[in-house]
Design a protein around this ligand. Structure first.
Ligand SMILES: [Zn+2]
Length: 163
């Protein structure tokens, strides 16, 4: 449907592993362990990809970038988001705004959030005030609280481009 506005939601989880870099929102965060995945396991960028794909009803990131495809082994998730951005452009939509939350017990992410927003805004061709990144712990509860993994959620509003 050729709607003027479309909303999308994305959710992703990766587990922690030794000898991996922790990359969130395209930014490398100093930590004792990182997230495991076929790609660089950037859980925030994956959630944003899924939110955009969801708004367009184009399935999910697993369909577009199968983890059985060696092309995406250790893939830079910034490139995956870039691909999704151009897909969105093909459908003549642009980003209204993105809101997101990273669920992580440690480390504290506040110092890195401005850089994440800058990286994401650059890829999506939007301004910093169109991309919100928040972070929360889960008060020691569940897989996030036990530092077994990290989750991210994102919602996006897409607007139909003017002719
Ligand atoms: Zn993922």
């Amino acid at each position: 449907m050729n709607l003027q506005h479309k909303v999308g939601f994305g959710y992703d989880v990766h587990k922690f592993a030794d000898n991996r870099k922790l990359i969130l929102g395209g930014v490398e965060i100093p930590h004792t362990k990182g997230l495991l995945g076929h790609s660089d396991a950037d859980v925030l960028l994956h959630a944003i990809c899924d939110a955009i794909l969801g708004a367009l009803a184009l399935g999910d990131i697993g369909i577009h970038f199968p983890n059985t495809d060696s092309k995406y082994k250790n893939a830079d998730s910034k490139e995956l988001l870039n691909h999704v951005y151009y897909l969105m452009k093909d459908f003549h939509y642009e980003i209204g705004n993105v809101d997101s939350t990273i669920l992580l017990e440690k480390p504290k992410l506040a110092p890195f959030i401005p850089e994440m927003r800058k990286v994401i805004a650059n890829i999506l061709n939007i301004t910093i005030d169109q991309i919100s990144v928040k972070a929360t712990t889960t008060e020691g509860l569940g897989f996030v609280g036990h530092e077994e993994g990290c989750a991210a959620q994102a919602v996006v509003l897409l607007n139909k481009q003017d002719k």
